[in-house]
Structures are given as C-alpha cells and as structure tokens.
Design a protein around this ligand. Structure first.
Ligand SMILES: [Zn+2]
Length: 137
C-alpha cells in the first residue's frame, strides 16, 4: 500500500492489534484509543491503542510511512537514491528541496542518507552471511 492509498482507503481504520504488547495474556483493559494525524502525507492518521494497566499507548505506523520522519518510506528512498547519484549533497539538496534554503536542504538530505546508511550497516551486522559482500547503497 502506498501512502496515497493508505490515506484514500483510510488504512488506520483497518489496522488491528490483537493483544497488548505488555500483557499478551490480556486482562489489562487494552483497547483502541482512536487515532492521531500526521502532517505528511496530508490526511494520514495513525491508529492507536491504550493499556490502562501499563499506562502506555501503542501506535501502528503502516509499512509505507517512515517512523520518526514525516512522509513516506518511498520519499526517503527517492531522497537517498538522489543523494547517491548526484555529484554532491548540495546538488541533491537543490533538486530535492528547492523551496527551502540550501543549508536546511542539505541537512534534510544528509539526515535521510545517514539514517538509511546506519540502517544498512545494522542489517549487515545482523545478516553477515547474506550481506557482508554487498555495497551499502
Ligand atoms: Zn496491557
């Protein structure tokens, strides 16, 4: 499902969490706790549950959206691919974020590039037999 499909089909209404992550056996009063909006993609909401015993909420972010970043995972992928193929981060920033100042655009690109690179390094550490010889792109 793309971010656009998630919004159009109101995917947060179909999200389900069958048991409390803190109390899998139940008995804690775990229940749906509405949803909250995300800025991007516009119109997206995130389904949320609440455990009264644990005094904690749990949110289900769909696979198409990036956790801790606004927007979709596809948007992050496009940013990183552009950064990897552009002659410099500045050049990539000019293409990806022409509406903001260059320094901010470079930070925006660098955060995504470093985040994906860090994730790939961790994956290689977790699956060395599979990824040891792969380029981290
Ligand atoms: Zn619970």
């Amino acid at each position: 499902m793309t971010g656009e499909q998630y919004v159009t089909e109101q995917g947060w209404l179909k999200a389900s969490l069958t048991c409390c992550p803190l109390h899998p056996a139940g008995g804690c009063g775990f229940a749906r706790h509405g949803s909250y909006p995300r800025k991007r993609p516009w119109g997206a909401r995130i389904a949320r549950w609440y455990c009264p015993l644990g005094r904690r909420t749990f949110s289900l972010i769909p696979d198409c959206l990036a956790a801790r970043w606004p927007g979709t995972l596809q948007g992050v992928e496009v940013a990183v691919m552009t950064a990897e193929t552009a002659p410099s981060l500045v050049a990539a920033a000019r293409v990806l974020r022409p509406e903001i100042e260059e320094a901010g655009a470079v930070r925006w690109v660098r955060r995504r590039k470093n985040g994906v690179s860090d994730g790939l390094h961790r994956l290689r550490g977790l699956l060395p037999e599979l990824l040891a010889d792969c380029a981290l792109t």
